[in-house]
Design a protein around this ligand. Sequence first.
Ligand code: HEM
Ligand code: SF4
Length: 363
Amino acid sequence: MPRKFKISVTVPGDNSIDLYTQDLTLVVMTNLKGELKGFNVFAGGGLGRTHGKEETFARAADPICYVDKADVYELVKAIVATQRDYGDRTDRRHARLKYLINDWGVDKFRTKVEEYFGKSLEPSKYLAKKFKYQDFLGWNEQGDGKLFLGLSIDNGRVKDEGDFQLKTALREIVEKFNLPMRVTPHQNVLLCEILPGNKEEIIAILKRCGIVSDPSKIDTLERLSMACPALPTCGLAITESERIIPSFLQRIRALLKKVGLPKTSFVTRMTGCPNGCARPYMAELGLVGSAPESYQVWLGGCPNQTRLARPYTEKMHADDLETFLEPIFVLYKQQRKKEESFGNFCDRIGFDALREFSESYQG
Ligand code: HEM
Ligand code: SF4
């Protein structure tokens, strides 16, 4: 393959895997009895880009086709082979499937895939359920009598620190109950196959280790946020991300209170460079390291990650977070529609209106 190739699988309505950011996604289609019939196929998503290079960009996947379950392997093979044979091998920055689909257009891509597949592609089936972002935190039923527990892992970092003993708690629970764990695309952990009789003991271990297992106790701004590793572990980082996002979120919460939006929350994602590892380009507020201590700001994504955000400003210094966001929050408070999310508001009202209001804002 010319470049990384990311594949995800989900069910209708569940966008916890950020399906529009993947090279290839299969959405499980069942009949009324819940039996597997086939898949709706999406392709051409991808986020990695480079500052100042317009030819690199974040892209949301397109719906490609529906495929019967019997043919899914051949169809995936055909898509992968198309990228293998036509993906750009001369320029690494232009090597993802998203660029091939963008250069060709979806119709030509479908035609090529059909050549490899050996038959024509069926149109995508209607998806009745709207995609939702879900994090599965807290106690949930698996559907087979057992339970699973979703634990929020701040920025995906499993550690012991003072009274907060997450690593110890996870080790103790897994050793004692022999439970499988799953890591989620939102940097959390799911402890699976829990017998209901063991629930109380697991709660006690978590409590003793200082771990909050009740998601309603977590500030939603934090719950919806995500940061990449960046400094000091990632050699490509331009700015802080994982280490600084907790203080950014506290400052944003304080600002929201100040402007009279104390309960407002939205999806905030931060990365230390434009490669986009925490998928900031799908956030309602995306912060992308662009110069030392400065971030490119992306606005206009939506709460369920089905629309790309757009770059609003190239460099916002970390010290300017409050002065930068305050007018935008004030305008949001004044002009939002009932229940309208921050990202949907920014998208609807447009960047010109946001800029005009910010420039004349007196505080
Ligand atoms: C710490 C060192 C890391 C490095 C050097 C690194 C490097 C990169 C690079 C170069 C890209 C751009 C790929 C492209 O455009 O083709 C990328 C994208 C991405 N990475 Fe990382 N990464 C790191 C950590 C992580 C971690 C820990 C995660 C997940 C928990 C992650 C998830 C992603 C995602 C979701 C994307 C964007 C999606 C895309 O373009 O497909 N990365 N990373
Ligand atoms: S987005 Fe973050 S983790 Fe990914 S390459 Fe850039 S700095 Fe490193």
